[in-house]
Write a protein that binds this ligand. Structure first.
Ligand code: AMP
Length: 533
C-alpha cells in the first residue's frame, strides 16, 4: 500500500535519516505535506511531537539536500501521483521497505536504489530496457528479478515514455493473478526502474520461433497456454482494463508450462457506459493484431482484446508466424472489413479451435465472446489425449509406438483415420483411429466424437467469416514470413508497392509501414484516420 503519493517524499526523507516514526505526527499534527511547509515549522513544533534537537538538525540537513535535489527529481513524484490510482496512507513498520498499494496481498514496495543490481540484458521495449537482476531484501535474501529501466535522454526522460512507464507501474501494482506478470516494486532512482517477477524462459514468441534442436511446443501445451491466457484476460476484463497489445511477444514464460501476460504499457481503464477506450492521438498500434474498430476509430475494449486473443491463438498454432506478414496496414483493414477475410487455419489448429478464433474475429464487437465465456469454449474445444495401443508403421501414417502419448487434433467416431500429434516425437499426421485409446475412455479404443464442431463448419470458415467466399479469400491471404508477397496488386489502393517500399515518414525504408514488433502508425494513405491521443 502506497503512503499517499503526495507525501511519499516525506516518508522517504524521514526513512533515510531513521526518523520514519515521525512521519505521521509531521503529516497530521504539523500539517506538512510539501517540503516548503517546513518553512513554517518552528523548533518548538518539532519539540512538541517529541523530536529531539539532534534529530531536528538531521532533519534540517536532509531537507536542505532534498530541496537541492528536488528540481531534478520532482517529475517522478508529480507524475506518479498523477497516475497512481486511489491511494490510502499507511505508516510502514520501521526497517520495512515502503509499501506500494497491496489490495490483494503480496509485496509491492518502493525499493532502495542500492538493493537491486542489474545483470544481463533481456530485451528492450517501447520505453526502456529490461535486465535480469538480483534484488536483496532487507533480511538479506536475494530474489532473481527482471528490471525494466526507463530510457532517459540527455534532457531527462521523454514525456510520453515517462507517462507510459508510470502508467504501467500504476496499473501493475494493483494486479495479482497467477498468469499476470507481477510487479515487485519500483526504484525511485534515476533511471526509474520497475522491479518485476523474472520470467526466466523469455517470451513465448521467442520460444515458438526457436530453431532446432529446441523441440516445437506440443499442441496440448499450447491449449494450456490459451486457457491460462483466457483466465488472465478474464481477470483484466473484470477489472475494467483493456490490454491493447495482446500478442505472443507479450506473453512471458515463467516456467515451461506457465505463461504470464506482460507489457502493460498500453493498458487503459475502460471508461464510460460503452466500455470502450478511444485513443486520443496518433500513436503506434500493433496493426495486424487489432480489431477493425481499433484500426478505424482507435476504439479499444475487452471485445477488441478478444479479437487480439484470436490473433494470438493463430500465432501460437503457426509457430510464431507474423499475422498478415508483408501486407500494408490499410490493406489489412480493407480485407477484414470489405472482404471479410480472416487469417487461415494453421495446420496444427483443430477445426474446433479455429471456430473459436473465428468467433473472436466477429465483425461486431458485441458478437464476440467475453473472456470468461472463452474459458468455457476452450474447455469444449480441448483436444482429447490418448495413447497408442499398437505400433504404427504404415507408410504415410504418423509413426507411433505402443504407449506414445497422442493428442487428437481431428477425429470423429465415424472416421477411420484421425489426425494428431505424437507427444514423444512432436510429429503431426494421420493415423488409424484404432491405434489409439483415449485417456478417459476406460482403456477401450476411442469411439466417442472428439470434436464438437462439424468438419463442414470448420472448413467452411477457413480464411473467411463468409463461408461461401472462403476459398476465394484464401488465395488473397498473405504468404508466410520470408516469402515473396503474392497479393492481388490490382486491389491495392494508391500504389501499394510504392507505399510498401517508401512508407510515409520513413523515406527509403524497405520495411513497409511496420515498425518494431509489428507496430505502425495508422495508415494515412487511403487508410483509417485515428484521432489524436
Ligand atoms: P517490454 O518492454 O515489456 O516489451 O519488454 C521487452 C523485452 O524484455 C520482452 O520482449 C522480453 O523479452 C523481456 N522481458 C520483459 N519483462 C521480462 C521479465 N519479467 N522477465 C524476463 N524477460 C522480460
Amino acid at each position: 500500500m502506497l503512503p499517499e503519493v503526495g507525501s511519499l517524499w516525506l516518508l522517504r526523507l524521514l526513512r533515510d535519516i531513521q526518523l520514519a516514526q515521525f512521519y505521521r505526527p509531521i503529516l497530521e499534527e504539523l500539517n506538512v505535506t510539501r517540503p516548503e511547509h517546513f518553512d513554517f515549522v518552528r523548533p518548538e513544533d518539532l519539540d512538541g511531537i517529541g523530536m529531539g534537537r539532534p534529530a531536528q538538525r538531521r532533519l534540517a540537513e536532509a531537507l536542505k539536500k532534498h530541496r537541492s535535489g528536488l528540481k531534478s527529481k520532482n517529475w517522478v513524484y508529480k507524475i506518479l501521483g498523477g497516475f497512481a490510482p486511489e491511494q490510502k496512507e499507511t505508516t510502514p513498520a520501521p526497517n520495512s521497505p515502503l509499501s506500494l498499494p497491496e489490495p490483494e496481498g503480496g509485496l509491492k514496495c518502493l525499493i532502495p536504489d542500492g538493493a537491486v543490481c542489474r545483470g544481463e540484458l533481456l530485451g528492450s521495449g517501447c520505453f526502456g530496457v529490461v535486465h535480469r537482476g538480483l534484488w536483496t531484501l532487507p533480511g538479506g535474501q536475494s530474489v532473481p528479478v527482471a528490471v525494466k529501466s526507463l530510457r532517459v535522454g540527455p534532457e531527462g526522460p521523454v514525456g510520453t515514455e515517462l507517462g507510459d512507464f508510470l502508467r504501467e507501474v500504476s496499473i501493475m501494482m494493483n494486479l495479482e493473478h497467477p498468469h499476470v506478470l507481477r510487479l515487485h516494486g519500483l526504484v525511485l532512482g534515476q533511471p526509474l526502474q520497475m522491479v518485476m517477477e523474472l520470467a526466466p524462459l523469455g517470451s513465448l514468441h521467442a520460444r515458438l520461433t526457436a530453431r532446432a534442436p529446441t523441440p516445437p511446443l506440443p499442441v496440448a501445451l499450447l491449449c494450456l497456454f490459451l486457457r491460462q491466457l483466457a483466465g488472465a484476460m478474464a481477470y483484466l476484463e473484470a477489472r475494467g482494463l483493456v490490454h491493447r497489445d495482446l500478442a505472443t511477444r507479450n506473453l512471458l514464460l515463467a516456467s515451461p508450462r506457465t505463461i504470464k501476460v506482460a507489457d502493460f504499457g498500453l493498458v487503459r481503464p475502460l471508461g464510460g457506459a460503452r466500455g470502450r477506450y478511444v485513443m486520443g492521438g496518433p500513436r503506434p498500434i500493433p496493426y495486424a493484431w487489432c480489431a477493425p474498430e481499433s484500426l478505424r476509430q482507435g476504439a479499444f475494449s475487452s471485445a477488441s482484446d478478444v479479437w487480439m486473443f484470436g490473433v494470438t491463438l493463430w500465432e501460437m498454432f503457426s509457430g510464431g508466424e507474423e499475422p498478415w506478414a508483408g501486407v500494408p496496414p490499410y490493406l489489412i483493414l480493407q480485407w477484414l472489413e470489405q472482404d471479410q477475410a480472416r487469417l487461415p487455419r494453421p495446420p496444427l489448429c483443430s477445426r474446433a479451435l479455429y471456430a473459436l478464433a473465428l468467433r473472436c474475429w466477429a465483425p461486431h464487437p458485441a458478437d464476440r465472446p467475453s473472456f470468461s465465456y472463452l474459458e468455457e469454449l476452450l474447455q469444449e474445444a480441448w483436444p482429447p489425449e490418448g495413447h497408442c495401443v499398437r505400433d504404427v508403421t504404415e507408410p504415410g501414417a504418423l509413426r507411433m509406438q505402443t504407449g506414445d502419448p497422442i493428442t487428437i487434433i481431428e477425429g470423429s467416431p465415424d472416421s477411420a483415420a484421425w489426425k494428431g500429434q505424437n507427444g514423444r516425437t512432436f510429429k503431426v499426421g494421420s493415423f488409424p483411429a484404432s491405434a489409439v485409446t483415449l485417456a478417459d475412455a476406460g482403456g477401450s479404443p476411442a469411439t466417442r466424437p472428439v470434436h464438437r464442431v462439424s468438419p463442414a463448419q470448420g472448413e467452411r470458415h477457413q480464411g473467411s467469416v463468409d463461408g461461401d467466399r472462403g476459398k476465394a479469400k484464401l488465395r488473397d491471404l498473405p504468404p508466410a514470413r520470408g516469402q515473396r508477397r503474392n497479393v492481388p496488386l490490382q486491389r491495392m489502393k494508391g500504389g501499394a508497392e510504392r507505399a510498401w517500399s517508401h512508407p510515409p515518414g520513413v523515406p527509403g525504408s524497405t520495411e513497409g509501414h511496420w515498425g518494431r514488433r509489428g507496430f505502425c502508425h495508422p495508415e494515412p494513405q487511403g487508410g483509417p484516420a485515428l484521432p489524436s491521443e
